[in-house]
Design a protein around this ligand. Structure first.
Ligand code: NAD
Ligand code: UD1
Length: 332
């Protein structure tokens, strides 16, 4: 298959390009390098032994997207990763998020329609569930109240895709709701590189382990969870990447929504102690106040992806901790 991957040099996109190339797909990347580096291209070529064509274009520029479809002729499917993803920043700069995330998507869909390319995979997030009555989130639940403009862009795009499919059911659309993507490629060549001081747990652990930040604050130990700390469903980015390959392989006409998660909740303390054990490193941490807006616990019901995509996570929390640290050491 000839596949266009937007945001293909980013954290999840780069790992997905590698997995797609492994299955002999031809992969075209569009990325404006807003949150990635061009050297990632060489790295994914090195890992996979395949070549990728890169268009350094901004997807907000519709004419540029058109140029890609014109030049490439027979693109069969699009996986759309490109977008902004920092929750805190989206609260401060909502227009920047609405503009980049929504406009890139509608531009892309309009051009796809024009070129009669109707297979679309979208990077959504578990954040669209908001708070539910039970911590195990299943696709049949209604979307909840989002807690940030970032989350709202994901919910809005899901709605746009539903409306599009309703208007023209020749589309094949897979909405993938990621839980907490972490880890890195086992080669140590590609991984997650947040700018500045990280907000998310795993990147913060990396900075404390490497001595760049002093202490990890564990946000609350009085939640109604087994050890009192927050529980999430951490998914290794390579498993997540493989989920995209399966979503394309098993794609049927229609609009489908899938959770991509392990189905298992892991607490902050469990993640910290696993990291210490696997890597033989002592992490400095302290218990701090709860972070406003955090939910105590949620994880994926991953049965639908297993049944319909023949996909489940294979890597463990130990793999996640080892691979993330391996990447950090190689790139610090
Ligand atoms: P990332 O920032 O590492 O990758 C996104 C890529 O898109 C970057 O390389 C960036 O340069 C590019 N990009 C952004 N705006 C663009 C534009 N206008 N034109 C062209 N390229 C543009 O993010 P990621 O972690 O790989 O996430 C990929 C997708 O998955 C995002 O849509 C994100 O919201 C979603 N998602 C991520 C997580 C997570 O925890 N990482 C969780 C749920 C959903
Ligand atoms: C957040 C976003 C989600 C996004 C995801 C990216 C919200 C509501 N959700 O999820 O949309 O897709 O990041 O992975 O913002 N923690 C600490 N100390 C830290 C950092 C985090 O104890 O320094 C705890 C949090 O309280 C939480 C867990 O670690 O219990 C995971 O936090 P984080 O990695 O930020 O992800 P989420 O908040 O689950």
């Amino acid at each position: 298959m000839k596949i266009l991957v937007t945001g293909g040099l980013g954290f999840i996109g780069s790992h997905t390009c590698v997995e797609l190339a492994k299955e002999d797909n031809e992969v075209i990347i569009v990325d404006n390098l807003y949150n990635s580096k061009e050297e990632v291209l060489e790295k994914i070529e090195k890992i996979s032994g395949k070549k990728f064509k890169l268009y350094k274009y901004d997807l907000k520029d519709k004419e540029k997207i058109k140029k890609v479809f014109e030049e490439e002729k027979n693109i069969e499917a699009v996986i759309h990763f490109a977008g902004y993803k920092a929750v805190g920043e989206s609260v401060k700069k909502p227009l920047m998020y609405y503009s980049n995330n929504i406009i890139t998507t509608t531009n892309l869909l309009e051009i796809m329609h024009e070129y009669n390319v109707k297979k679309f995979v979208f990077s959504s997030s578990a954040t669209v569930y908001g708070e539910q009555e039970t911590p195990k989130y299943v696709e049949t639940m209604k979307r909840g109240e989002t807690t940030s403009p970032y989350g709202t862009t994901k919910a809005m795009i899901e709605k746009i895709l539903e409306d599009l499919y309703f208007s023209d059911n020749s589309w094949n659309i897979s909405i993938l709701r990621y839980f907490n993507p972490v880890g890195a490629h086992e080669s140590g060549l590609i991984g997650e590189e947040p700018n500045g001081i990280p907000n998310n747990l795993m990147p913060y652990i990396m900075k404390v382990a490497s001595g760049k930040l002093e202490t990890l604050s564990i946000f609350g130990n009085d939640y109604p969870t087994p050890d009192g700390t927050g529980v999430r469903d951490y998914i290794h980015v390579v498993d997540l990447a493989k989920g995209h390959v399966q979503a394309l392989k098993k794609m049927k006409q229609g609009l489908k929504v899938y959770n991509l998660g392990s189905g298992k909740g892991v607490s902050v303390l469990e993640l910290v102690t696993t990291f210490e054990k696997v890597n033989n490193i002592k992490l400095n941490y302290k218990i701090a106040q709860r972070r406003p807006g955090d939910l105590p616990e949620y994880f994926a019901d991953s049965q639908k992806a297993l049944k319909e995509l023949d996909w489940k996570t294979e890597k463990t929390i130990e793999d996640i901790c080892r691979d993330a640290w391996n990447y950090e050491k190689n790139n610090a």
